[in-house]
Design a protein around this ligand. Structure first.
Ligand code: MV4
Length: 451
């Protein structure tokens, strides 16, 4: 492997280019016409325009990407996250072209991407799951029967969904059939597949995910967990590692469970096994993400492993590095996602960044594509930077994060930097006493105080 095309944009394209450069690999960026002046296009050794701004005509266009790959003569493609990163057909096309897809095999992307088949795999591997339907619930009669078995509240999820899209919470039998039909229609319209399944609903869980690393020689390790409970409408806002309420024995148990799941399919590459942790400390399997995640840096900081380099080295056929084999969790890391958005409405706020200052100093890392004079386009995700703080313990990481948020300057557009500072001053957050419901409650209280 000598030359890698990065099929993505923004901070993750920059992150992958940096990893390639450290590995001595030539890089080929692709960009849309809206991204001509983007940092990833400037940093790569070569840069190719693949089409107009709207993603379906550029970053999501397999023909455009493969033309660029052929033209540049690359050996491999890194998909980043989002876009085509979990599209098994894209991985298949790469295979047909003799180009290495830097990720798992298409079969694994497919099997784990479908939540019903992922559940079946997890069940075989003895992974704890919430009570639910055996597979797809096809008829109304079946839905009523299963709902009576598992009780209320319950949740209806789309087999082809994920990341919280296409879910319906049902509180009583009177709402079941209407929401079941609605879930099927929305699943068909949203994902092209109406299949839905049913699970018991867990009301105030924490979102805990395990980082998996597996090579092509059967070696599989986990690198501990990340707590991603601070999210709004399924958009994560703050992530941390380790989870502040997990004991070492719970960590070992969840980690081993995730490894067993990966072993059951012969998984290769990076992956993330997502679990819900309930108030009683029990954990339940949710889904597997087969890509590098936005929040991967917090794991990098507490393990010392460069996950993106590891992912590329695995795709080159290497065995897990010594850094992974000997990794220990030490210290604490927190990530704040900095978005270009109106702080009160959360609406995207694209525009020109007239001045930009990145914080630094001990324990601070910034992953971003912003520079002074850069215009944040309106067509894409509003995340413009990830601010990551590391400390010996959670308190030190929090102190550093606060001072870095105060130091960071992004002029010309609006951002959520001040919002992060408010969350980091919340007593419940400081205690680590949070759940996926935290932000909802925080925002209600904040509104009463007049923002
Ligand atoms: C759940 C759940 C509670 N009970 N499943 C959302 C993301 C996806 N990976 C799984 N998700 C959830 N699944 C059961 N059986 C809670 C979530 C969930 C969530 C639900 C509603 C509102 C915000 C949420 C944030 C994280 C997880």
């Amino acid at each position: 492997m000598k030359k890698v095309l990065i099929a993505n944009r923004g901070e993750i394209a920059v992150r992958v280019i940096r990893a390639c450069q450290e590995l001595g690999l030539h890089t080929v960026a692709v960009h849309s016409t809206a991204d001509r002046d983007s940092l990833h296009a400037k940093l790569a050794d070569e840069s190719i325009c693949i089409g107009p701004g709207p993603s379906p005509k550029s970053y999501l266009s397999i023909p455009s990407l493969m033309s660029a790959a052929e033209l540049a003569g690359v050996d491999a493609i890194h998909p980043g996250y989002g876009f085509l990163s979990e599209n098994f057909e894209f991985a298949n096309v790469c295979r047909a072209y003799g180009i290495k897809f830097i990720g798992p095999k298409p079969e694994h992307i497919h099997a784990l991407g479908n939540k019903v088949s992922a559940r079946a795999i997890a069940e075989k591997a003895d992974v704890p799951m919430l009570p639910g339907s055996r597979g797809v619930v096809r008829t109304e009669e079946e839905a009523i029967e299963i709902a009576r078995e598992i009780g209320y509240p319950l949740i209806i999820k789309a087999a082809a969904g994920g990341g919280g899209r296409g879910m319906k919470i049902v509180r009583e039998e009177g709402d079941l059939l209407r929401l079941f039909q609605l879930a099927q229609v929305e699943a068909l319209n949203g994902f092209g597949n109406p299949d839905c399944f049913i699970e018991r609903y867990c009301a105030q869980p924490r979102h805990v995910e395990i980082q998996l690393v597996a090579d092509e020689h059967g070696n599989i390790r986990h690198l501990g967990e990340r707590d991603c409970s601070i999210q709004r409408r399924h958009q994560k806002l703050i992530e941390e590692a380790p989870c502040p309420v997990l004991s070492q024995s719970q960590r070992d148990t969840i980690g081993q469970t995730a490894v067993n799941l990966a072993k059951a399919v012969g998984y290769e590459s990076l992956g993330t096994a997502e679990f819900l942790l309930d108030e009683d400390g029990r954990f339940y399997f949710m889904e597997v993400n087969t890509r590098v995640q936005v929040e991967h840096p917090v794991t990098e900081l507490v393990t010392g492993v460069d996950l993106v380099k590891e992912q590329i080295r695995i795709a080159m056929g290497h065995e897990l590095s010594r850094a992974v084999r000997e990794a220990k969790i030490s210290g604490h890391a927190i990530e704040c996602r900095i978005n270009a958005e109106d702080p009160s409405t959360f609406a995207p706020w694209p525009g020109k960044v007239t001045a930009y200052h990145e914080p630094g100093g001990p324990g601070i890392r910034v992953d971003s594509m912003v520079y002074a004079g850069y215009t944040v386009p309106s067509l894409y995700d509003s995340m413009i930077a990830k601010l990551i703080a590391f400390g010996r313990d959670r308190d030190e990481a929090l102190v550093r994060m606060r001072r870095a948020l105060r130091e960071m300057k992004v002029d010309g557009i609006r951002t959520n930097i001040a919002f992060h500072l408010k969350v980091l001053d919340d007593p419940k957050f400081i205690e680590g006493d949070v759940s996926t419901k935290f932000l909802e409650t925080f925002l209600q209280n904040d509104a009463q105080k007049g923002g």
